[in-house]
Each structure stands twice: as structure tokens, then as C-alpha cells.
Write a protein that binds this ligand. Structure first.
Ligand code: ACO
Length: 268
């Protein structure tokens, strides 16, 4: 089913999404976002990021699972390299044209495309096949969970191009693999395949490429089996654990549990 507007005239249309190479479908509690420029290996532009942020802003309240996937042989080959050329991307210009005042704000806008995927009330799953390079790797890292195909190749290419990863990927990367491995992966910009991705906890599961959609659907169904407010509270609790002491986390557990048990009794 196509995403249905929620009575908001400004909601981004399917045709506007198609123009920037995205497809967006909502089926009950599951939203699926597909990067859909396979001929360009789903390279991402500023327009991709503003559309992704709009999808996040307008996500129907019923949605509990957001699947992010890529059409074709690659999940995403990262930023559209035309942005680094003088000609840029038609209709969007190039980095050369946005370097002045406000450039940092422009990056902040781009980061919004990634940040909403960690909201506690949803669980986001990246379904990753083939190349996930640079911004593609960071988009996969922006999701809560990653299921990969056996042909996956993660690569944090930014430093090799004279850049830093700036699309919110550095924190999840360090959280997952630890600082030394994150440093090694970023500064060498080497590729990580499925087996190593599993070992480094960059992926929850690796499957043959033809089984990727089924594996994601199975995981979504298993996640949806738990009642929403318990899942949301648990995600919030787990997300906060890294920044708290043991005592603070114990207090956070108590606070969430009081709400849970009161609500369970209130609903009989
Ligand atoms: N930006 C723009 N166009 C791209 C990009 C990209 N990032 N990646 C691939 N394309 C285009 C190619 O130019 C080619 O277009 P064409 O058919 O008009 O010539 C088409 O997609 C297919 O690309 P191929 O290279 O032919 O595909 P192949 O499967 O052999 O290789 C691979 C895929 C490895 C992803 C290769 O395209 C590549 O290295 N791309 C660049 C990756 C990169 O450096 N990304 C930037 C990372 S840094 C960041 O994201 C901030």
C-alpha cells in the first residue's frame, strides 16, 4: 500500500520521492523505505536526505518498524560523487556552491535524515546487500538492527577521500565495534564482508542475498509480537544504558518498571 497522507497537505508525495530516488510504503505497522536509484548504486544527495527527514517527520503513528533497503546490487554507494564536481547534481548544485556561511547547518539538516531512525517508539532495520559505502554504511549504522546479505561490503570511505564520516555513523560504529577497530576500519577504509560484519557485531544476521527480504520480514514479525509500550520503554532504557552508571541505570529501570506495572494493572 502506498503511504497515505495524514491530512497534512505538505506531506511529501510518492512522485516527489521518486524524483529523488526513493520509494516509501506503509503497510500497517511496517514502513519500508527503499533507496531506488540502482543504476547509480543508490548514491545519496542532499535531496535524498531531506526526503528521508521528511519521511521521519511524517511517519504515521501506527508504524513500529521501519525497514531501510536498497534496490539493485548495492544498498548504497554513498554520497553522490557528482557533488564534489564543479557541475554538481542537477537541481542541487555542488559542495562548491554551498561552502559559505550556513554550511554546517546544511550538514545538520542532512544528519536529520539519519537521527530519527533511533527514536524509541520505532525499531529500524537496515537490509543491506552489496556495497554499503560511506553514507551508505552510515545509513545502515543509523538503524537499530542490520540484516546483511552474504555479499555485503561495508566500507567507511570518507577518510580516504579527505573527509570524516559526518552522517551520524561514528558513534554507532564505536559503540558496536569499539574504538580501536572503528579507527582501523575508518582510516584504512577497507571493506568488511558478511562474516567479519557478524563477528564485529555490525550485523545481527547474515543470509543468502535471495533470503534477505524474508529474513527482514521474519525479524519484523518477531519484534511486533511484543506489545508496543513495553518495546518502546525497553528500547529507551537500553539506549540510555551507555551513558549511565550502574546505579543510575538501576534507577532508570525502576522508573520505567513502575510505569509498566501500573499500566498493566490499569489495563487488567
Ligand atoms: N556517486 C555517483 N554515482 C555513482 C556512485 C556514487 N557514489 N557510485 C556508483 N555510481 C554510478 C557510477 O558512476 C556508474 O554510473 P554510469 O553507469 O552512469 O557510469 C553506476 O553508478 C554504476 O557504477 P559502477 O562503478 O559501474 O558499478 P559497480 O557495481 O562496478 O561498482 C561501486 C560499484 C564499487 C560502489 C563503485 O561504483 C564505487 O566505487 N562507487 C563510488 C563509491 C564511493 O566512493 N562513494 C563515496 C563514499 S564517501 C561518502 O559517502 C561521504
Amino acid at each position: 500500500m502506498e503511504a497515505t497522507p495524514r491530512g497534512r497537505a505538505e506531506q511529501i508525495s510518492a512522485s516527489a520521492l521518486a524524483e529523488v530516488g526513493l520509494r516509501y510504503e506503509v503497510d500497517g505497522e511496517i514502513a519500508t523505505i527503499t533507496l531506488n536509484r540502482p543504476d547509480k548504486r543508490n548514491a545519496q544527495t542532499f535531496a535524498t536526505w531531506s526526503a528521508l527527514a521528511r519521511i521521519g517527520d511524517d511517519l504515521p503513528e501506527a508504524v513500529r518498524i521501519v525497514v531501510v533497503k536498497g534496490e539493485g546490487p548495492s544498498f548504497s554507494a554513498g554520497i553522490d560523487l557528482r557533488l564534489f564536481t564543479p557541475g554538481g547534481v542537477p537541481g542541487e548544485g555542488s559542495f562548491a556552491s554551498v561552502l559559505g556561511e550556513g554550511f554546517e547547518e546544511r550538514i545538520a539538516q542532512a544528519q536529520k535524515a539519519f537521527l530519527w531512525l533511533r527514536r524509541p517508539e520505532i525499531i529500524s532495520i537496515a537490509a543491506v546487500q552489496g556495497h554499503a559505502i560511506g553514507a551508505g554504511f552510515q545509513l545502515a549504522l543509523a538503524c537499530d538492527l542490520r540484516i546483511v546479505a552474504d555479499d555485503v561490503q561495508f566500507c567507511m570511505k570518507e577518510p580516504a577521500l579527505g573527509l570524516v564520516p559526518d552522517l551520524t555513523g561514528t558513534k554507532p560504529l564505536v559503540d558496536l565495534v569499539g574504538l580501536p577497530r572503528a579507527l582501523e576500519l575508518c582510516v584504512t577504509a577497507r571493506k568488511v564482508g558478511a562474516e567479519e560484519a557478524l563477528r564485529l557485531r555490525l550485523a545481527e544476521l547474515a543470509v543468502p542475498v535471495e533470503e534477505l527480504d524474508t529474513a527482514v520480514a521474519d525479524l519484523a514479525a518477531a519484534l511486533l509480537a511484543t506489545e508496543r509500550s513495553a518495546a518502546t520503554a525497553t528500547k529507551r532504557l537500553l539506549q540510555g544504558a551507555g551513558g549511565r552508571t550502574l546505579e543510575e541505570q538501576a534507577a532508570a529501570e525502576r522508573a520505567e518498571q513502575v510505569v509498566r506495572i501500573r499500566s498493566l494493572f490499569a489495563s487488567g
